[in-house]
Write a protein that binds this ligand. Structure first.
Ligand SMILES: [Zn+2]
Length: 167
């Protein structure tokens, strides 16, 4: 049913999500946040839609005289994503429970669709990116930085899919 929805179908095709039948993936612990193909695809779709919506808000309603400044903040956030991802991977996914346990399952079963639940990743972005920048700067800078981080997160997810599934 969901696969017949055009954007989800395109996303699924683009990243070849679910190209391996479930029986060919190794089974993982029932306590690991493993997802269905549909849930995994919806995560991609939500971050793509959120990024496009935030871009539209910035372009259509943002202060025109600050366009270059806001683009610079978005670009800086996007470029910083690699460092942010490294710190999260090194110190959270390989350091803190329960993330360490879940991430170990991901390394053991790279084909299994194990990843952070959408609500949790969105909460992390809101608490550790949007709110601090809002507090230190203003709503436009907060939106610009959040956009850069969300694009980085989306990009990382798509690269992970391509590397693990091999498309
Ligand atoms: Zn790792």
């Amino acid at each position: 049913m969901l696969e017949s929805i055009w954007p989800l179908f395109l996303l699924k095709r683009a990243f070849n999500v679910g190209c391996l039948p479930a029986r060919e993936r190794k089974s993982v612990s029932p306590f690991t946040p493993q997802r269905s193909d549909t849930a995994y695809t919806i995560d991609f779709a939500l971050y793509l839609i959120a990024s496009l919506a935030l871009t539209a808000v910035l372009v259509l309603h943002g202060p025109a005289h600050r366009a270059w400044e806001l683009m610079a903040f978005s670009l800086a956030a996007l470029l910083s994503w690699t460092a942010v991802e490294y710190v999260l991977h090194r110190f959270v996914l390989h350091g803190l429970r329960p993330f360490r346990t879940w991430h170990a399952e991901h390394h053991r079963s790279p084909m299994a669709l194990i990843c952070t639940p959408t609500w949790f990743s969105a909460l992390l972005i809101a608490v550790f990116v949007f709110l601090p920048v809002l507090w230190l700067g203003d709503i436009w800078r907060a939106e610009a930085v959040t956009l850069g981080i969300m694009i980085g997160y989306f990009w990382m997810g798509s690269l992970t899919m391509r590397c693990t599934i091999g498309v």
